[in-house]
Write a protein that binds this ligand. Structure first.
Ligand code: XMP
Length: 475
């Protein structure tokens, strides 16, 4: 019988280092066959971890978020679209509203689209004005016509262009600066809208130089799909909404239906990378790659809310699982999913060859995680729960067409809990990345691949683990 090890069973032996500053290491990595990240962190596709707010922040910080799938199709698509629209230098298809709308229509559209202003168009799609919160501030008659509130075309500053590609970032910045504008519509000679430049987008670009973006300057985002019910329809709609990577994951990913779904998605949507999982063995990894996976998500039961191993007796301690899968993956990126409790665990996972880590519990409880902040025993907390818990199953039933569950006989493989409120995710990521950078300098590694080469693990005893954790006692 082999022995399986996890993060707390090992340490990394420090190596000679010539790294003078932690800032001098590169944390760039691969998420999947074609996608790259600036930091090796993926926020988990869990309903208490990743929706658009978390995914936007993750991509701004250089990682990526995967929008969970316990949402209706329309909701999941909307979450993806929100991330894709959150950064641009030119928005090629700005939201518009018809000139004969009322204040009520504008408010409803703002709520539906989660934006605060619209370009106003006539029935021939000609720009006839712009409406922003300032225009509506003192209007309270819900049937007030938009034409009475908007800034009309005659008073607008706009730029005439042939196509939105004609304007690059620097030009966009100069145009806004020259006109001291917050919004600059781009139109063609027929007054039709070609794009929109906003000051907010320009500021964001300066604020997040690490952000992970597509060729059009939009943040990258992933979304999860399942292997049954509406997965094909979801995939089509998510791809239309601009999703950059799909995650097909189920608790036991070395599974006939998952392999069939994966092959089908890869043959129908070859343009998009697909991460598949979860597996914890070399054989599982090889089969997923043979079915077309562009990255392998590894982890059966290590997660902080998982009860899979207790309920089913199945799983592999996470460090061994990662090492086995990395070896079998032969260069296809592996995502170490679950069980990361400290930055040191992330360093160990990456040193073992994972290209990135997926985090649930460490990011649950952040300002950007979905869910309300509540007070429990005098402390601010947020709910964090396993996706195979009762509550998540109930949520899934109302979201996924065709999914039916009898909660009386449901056997959960996850628990519900609460996390202390942690504040903003950038602070949490800042701590984790600080730990990773230090960890790399302890191994003398300038890059993540170099860290894998230099890694020398040593097994430790329970006493070794005890010694490794702060243990000062004042008597
Ligand atoms: P952490 O440790 O970061 O783990 O909280 C997050 C990962 O846990 C997995 N996950 C589950 N596993 N039952 C399980 O056995 C569940 O209910 C469950 N929910 C999430 C998932 O892989 C996630 O990324």
């Amino acid at each position: 019988m082999r022995e399986g090890l996890t993060y707390s069973d090992v340490l990394l032996v420090p190596q000679y280092s010539d790294i003078e500053s932690r800032r001098n290491v590169s944390t760039h990595t691969r998420l999947s066959r074609r996608l790259k990240l600036h930091i090796p962190i993926v926020s988990a596709n869990m309903d208490t971890v990743t929706e658009s707010t978390m995914a936007t922040r993750m991509a701004e910080l250089g990682g990526i978020g995967i929008i969970h799938r316990f949402l209706t199709l329309a909701e999941q698509v909307r979450e993806v679209a929100k991330v894709k629209r959150s950064h641009n230098f030119v928005i090629p298809d700005p939201y518009t509203i018809q000139h004969d709308s009322t204040l009520a229509d504008v408010r409803e559209a703002m709520y539906q689209r989660s934006v605060t202003s619209f370009l106003v168009v006539d029935q021939n799609n000609h720009l006839c004005g712009i409406v922003t919160p300032r225009d509506m501030m003192f209007e309270d008659g819900l049937d007030t016509p938009l034409s009475q509130m908007m800034t009309p075309f005659e008073r607008l500053v706009y730029k005439e262009v042939g196509s939105y590609n004609e304007v690059d970032y620097e030009q966009a910045r100069q145009l806004l600066k020259a006109h001291k504008l917050e919004k600059l519509p781009l139109i063609n000679a027929e007054r039709q809208i070609i794009g929109l430049i906003t000051a907010k987008d320009i500021q964001k670009r300066l604020q997040y130089p690490q952000a992970i973006k597509d060729a059009q300057g939009r943040l990258l985002v992933g979304a999860a799909i399942g292997v049954k019910n509406d997965y094909l329809e979801r995939t089509q709609e998510l791809v239309k909404a601009g999703v950059d990577v799909l995650v097909i994951d189920i608790a036991h990913g070395h599974f006939k239906y998952l392999l069939e779904t994966l092959s089908q998605i890869k043959s129908e949507f070859p343009q998009i990378d697909v991460i598949a999982g979860n597996v914890a063995s070399a054989a599982g990894t090889r089969d997923l790659i043979a079915a077309g996976a562009d990255a392998i998500k590894v982890g059966v039961g290590p997660g902080s809310t998982c009860s899979t191993r207790i309920v089913t007796g199945s799983g592999v301690p996470q460090l061994t699982a990662v090492m086995d899968c990395v070896e079998a993956a032969k260069g296809i990126p592996v995502i170490a999913d679950g069980g990361v409790r400290y930055s040191g665990d992330m360093v160990k996972a990456l040193a073992a060859g994972a290209s990135s880590v997926m985090l649930g519990g460490l990011l649950g409880g952040c300002e950007e995680s979905p869910g309300l902040t509540r007070i429990k025993d005098g402390q601010k907390v947020k709910v964090y729960r396993g996706m195979a818990s009762y509550d998540a199953a109930r949520n899934r039933q109302s979201a996924e067409k065709g999914y039916e569950v009898d909660l009386d006989s449901y056997v959960p493989e996850g628990i519900e809990t609460v996390m202390p409120y942690k504040g903003k995710v950038h602070e949490v990521i800042g701590q984790l990345m600080g730990g990773l950078r230090s960890g790399m300098s302890y191994l003398g590694a300038h890059t993540l691949p170099e860290m894998v080469e230099k890694a020398e693990f040593v097994r430790i005893s329970p006493a070794g683990w005890h010694e490794s954790t702060p243990h000062a006692q004042y008597k």
